[in-house]
Design a protein around this ligand. Sequence first.
Ligand code: NAD
Ligand code: ZN
Ligand code: ZN
Length: 380
Amino acid sequence: MRAVVYRGPFDVEVTEVPDATIEQPTDAVVRITTTNICGSDLHMYEGRTSVEEGTVFGHENMGVVEAVGGAVTRIKVGDRVSVPFNISCGTCRNCSQGWTSFCTSLNPTEGVDGAAYGYANMGPYPGGQAELLRVPFADVNLLELPPGSEHENDFTMLSDIFPTGWHGTVLARQQAGDDVVVFGAGPVGLMAAHSAMIRGAARVFVVDQHADRLALGGKIGATAIDLSAGDPVEQILDATDGRGTDCGVEAVGYQAHDAAGEEHPELVLDNLVKIVRTTGGIGVVGVYMPEDPGAATKDAQEGRIGFDYGTFFTKGQHMGTGQAPVKRYNRQLRDLIVAGRATPSFIVSHELALDEAVDGYKHFDDRDKGWTKVLLRPGA
Ligand code: NAD
Ligand code: ZN
Ligand code: ZN
């Protein structure tokens, strides 16, 4: 089968790899209809992780079940499914409490709980930017979708970024009537803004410096804050009569940078501590790494990010972090899409054949104007 394979920094290739097959009786094999490129893939693409050469990328997958193992009872061949990016066993201590993003059984990497497809440090599971994907524990992991092809571009956001954006607002403990700030108008930030609106925010401010991405936020009723036009902290304090927002979501991650492009991994956390009101919440879904050899300072290379903890404490704020447990939200978000209450496809800018993935990576990584979310269609 054809697949997107990592060759080294800024180098992916679409090439032949062995077909995904049933390896365990609890597996399914899914024929991929849509698989997305994610900002998380870009950390690997840029050589800022320890991902191995030869890894098949792709953790945002959906498709049709091609085969099931003998122990799979709920999922059937022919089912249209969304595949959560977390691979979970369903029965360990964390899974049974709904924390499928921290499954203790499936990732052999020392010190890391939680497994995923095609991702650095997340276990030996090939990704789905390919024609076929092996899904372990299919009955636990797969979410059924209505048959056919309706809502394909909405449903494809259920594997990761729509639940991740939603999770950011849950970690921030957003309530109806809150003013919410979201840092990052990439796909995850825009999903957090969409989620905040659906969850009854009074106002949502979205911070970035890319006009095209900020304009998409405007489409769903968010207020754009352009950080290249001035300090976002001042802009938002002005807009809230100095009070700040009730909560905030971090959807940028450890490669946060200033308007001039210089990386400051603590920058967004510091801004959030300043903007969020006393006792307010901060949900961090942007990724931070325990090791980042490419970082500018020795501390940051060891994952030590010196943000303004003193003010954070003094303001009595709280913070939640980590990979999103997709299964906790994906059924409900699917039903919001079916009911017409959510349309996460509003961010889709490009739908490419799998063989065009090299180009897709390059443009999305350059944050080229208009490249907000890239979908790959292995069947096309
Ligand atoms: P992206 O790289 O496309 O978007 C990030 C955006 O942040 C860019 O538009 C960039 O201009 C902006 N940005 C950079 N510095 C900023 C600053 N100082 N202030 C405001 N905005 C700034 O990526 P994405 O796909 O939207 O993903 C965002 C982050 O979420 C990544 O770190 C990704 O790895 C992470 N992620 C986490 C989970 C999870 O489960 N927790 C899941 C998916 C993605
Ligand atoms: Zn993703
Ligand atoms: Zn588990």
